[in-house]
Design a protein around this ligand. Structure first.
Ligand code: FDA
Length: 512
């Protein structure tokens, strides 16, 4: 017997003791020597920086089919002194859903991904292990009249995305994914299975944007579907610096959050070309929830500088716009949305900011100069305003509402990994982040939890207690004043801090 096969036996025994009806389903427990263990572990990880020959691996990897198996796993992990990591889509930027420095069990929700649509109620129940692509596909198979306002990339998992907020092309009209959640089922630190009534409003509030991993395992979510028109317009207009990108981005900052809520225009900045040809390109990438006859007058009135022409506009259905924003052609098969393998798998590091006042032209110039010093660098600017201005900062834990013009995600990718290679890219993105300080929100310098960034600070590992003050350094960046309420909820629902990771909400022990 190896240690892990002994643990496997003990764990199975514990599971069947916890649930006498539990059939010994050996298919759900994978130990490191199991044939499927490695491929399962690597299957959904988005950032291959994290799983390599030296990274800590789970002692057991569980792929449950029923909530009872997760309940048993929570109780048995506690009994065996193991930590738990839960993974839905595996897109966590810092790999926190499948990495842990102390012995742990990984619960992968890949087999819990049913989606039930109720057209009469205009709602759906979706399990956390489903991807956004699976959700959008399931909706459109029932109706072309409704959609859901969540993220752009189809392989992102519902579990992590909804529990951190979740935004996409319809955020200006309908807000975040988490704003449209109306019920949920959670397994708490005692292994209890709770619906909205049993969990209470505090916990229900916390899991909609406060990061699910601090509070329990969210099994499923009831969401409100939102109406979408039969026809929408997608367009992308790209300009290099020579073609006036700088002035256009400068102007965009004054109008993007004030546009009609049917109109979402984000900007993707990236380096293009090589050697002397290298330059910076800004792509104005848009979804309009309506037809061209309404879009053109809106554009001519609010952003004529972009020079949008009818020939730039592609008419499509809402679900085709999901394909379009993923980089597919609108006529490609919708089944592509069901592909869980990640399209853009690469080593990367990302950081985020919120902008409250337009950045000056000279400030933007400094960004372009820095972009020319690196390769595979991106800055994605997502406009807020519209519905985001109408929801109060404390409605759910996600606090970045009125007063924010747009969100920035900085991203650097690289193709060859290794300590030395990654150091260079990490240094570059940290330098850019340092440069941006005077131009972005401050006190706190806000950040988006779903663009997880461990540079902002981490909890102490092991049994060392992280104090409220220590955790609030990064906690207030993600949650502003909602951080306090999140700590209170954590104290109430998980006082022994069973569900924890490097950036989970800490408990504050009574003696502190
Ligand atoms: P993963 O499974 O890695 O989980 C992320 C975190 O949530 C982990 O801490 C995990 O433990 C916890 N968690 C997961 N499931 C849970 C559950 N059931 N209960 C409790 N805790 C749970 N964001 C955005 O707002 N809009 C966008 O358009 C995009 N696009 C995008 C594209 C790509 C390629 C990537 C890599 C990421 C994005 N994101 C995004 C960010 C994305 O929203 C974020 O990474 C989510 O946390 C991913 O959720 P997963 O379930 O895939 O991650």
């Amino acid at each position: 017997f190896t240690i892990s096969s002994l643990l496997h036996e003990n764990f199975m025994h514990c599971m069947s003791t916890q649930f006498p009806n539990y059939t010994k389903n050996t298919q759900i427990i994978h130990i490191p020597s199991s044939p499927l263990y490695s491929s399962l572990l690597e299957s959904s990880q988005q950032n291959p920086r994290w799983v390599n020959s030296t990274s800590p691996k789970p002692l057991l990897l569980l792929t449950p089919f029923h909530e009872a198996e997760i309940q048993a796993a929570v109780i048995c992990s506690k009994i065996h002194g193991l930590q738990i990591r839960v993974r839905s889509g595996g897109h966590d930027y810092e790999g926190l859903s499948y990495l842990c420095k102390t012995p742990f069990v990984l619960i992968d929700l890949i087999n819990l991904r049913s989606i039930e649509i109720d057209l009469e109620e205009k709602t759906a129940w979706v399990q956390s292990g489903a991807t956004l692509g699976e959700l959008y596909y399931a909706i459109v198979k029932k109706t072309g009249m409704y959609g859901f306002p969540a993220g752009l990339c189809p392989s992102v998992g519902v579990g992590g995305h909804f529990s951190g907020g979740g935004f996409g092309t319809m955020l200006r009209k309908y807000g975040l994914a988490a704003d449209n959640v109306i019920d949920a089922y959670v397994i708490n630190a005692n292994g209890k299975f709770l619906g909205r009534q049993e969990m209470g409003e505090d916990l229900f509030w916390a899991i909609r944007g406060g990061g699910g991993e601090s509070f329990g395992i969210v099994l499923s979510w009831k969401i409100k579907l939102v109406p979408v028109p039969p026809e929408v317009i997608g367009f992308t207009v790209s300009k290099t610096l020579k073609q006036g990108a700088g002035k256009l981005v400068h102007r965009w900052q004054y109008i993007a959050d004030n546009l009609h809520e049917d109109l979402f225009i984000r900007v993707i900045i990236q380096d293009v070309g090589q050697g002397k040809e290298k330059t910076v390109q800004a792509s104005f990438n848009s979804l309009f929830l309506g037809g061209i006859e309404r879009l053109m007058p809106l554009m001519n009135q609010s952003f004529p500088e972009l020079g949008l022409e009818a020939k730039d506009c592609i008419e499509m259905s809402w679900i085709q716009s999901v394909l379009y924003f993923t980089g597919y052609q609108k006529d490609e098969p919708l089944e592509l949305l069901l592909d869980r393998t990640i399209q853009y798998k690469s080593y990367f590091k990302a950081k985020s900011d919120y902008v409250k006042k337009p950045i000056s032209e000279s400030g933007l110039q400094g960004i372009w100069e820095r972009f020319l010093e690196e390769e595979l660098v991106f800055m994605i600017m997502d406009p807020y305003g519209g519905k985001m201005n109408e929801i109060s900062e404390s409605e759910i834990p996600f606090p970045h509402r009125k007063g924010n013009l747009y969100n920035i995600q900085y991203l650097v990718k690289w193709e060859v990994n290794g300590v030395k290679a990654s150091k260079k890219h990490l240094k570059w993105i940290r330098m850019l982040y340092g440069y941006m300080k005077p131009y972005v929100s401050n006190s706190p310098r806000a950040a988006y939890i779903n663009y997880r960034d461990l540079d902002l600070g981490t909890n102490k590992i092991g049994n060392n207690i992280t104090t409220y003050e220590e955790a609030s350094v990064w906690g207030t960046k993600y949650f502003k004043d909602n951080f306090k309420r999140l700590v209170n909820v954590k104290n109430k629902v998980d006082p022994h801090n069973f569900f924890r990771n490097e950036q989970s909400i800490p408990t504050i022990p009574a003696w502190l």
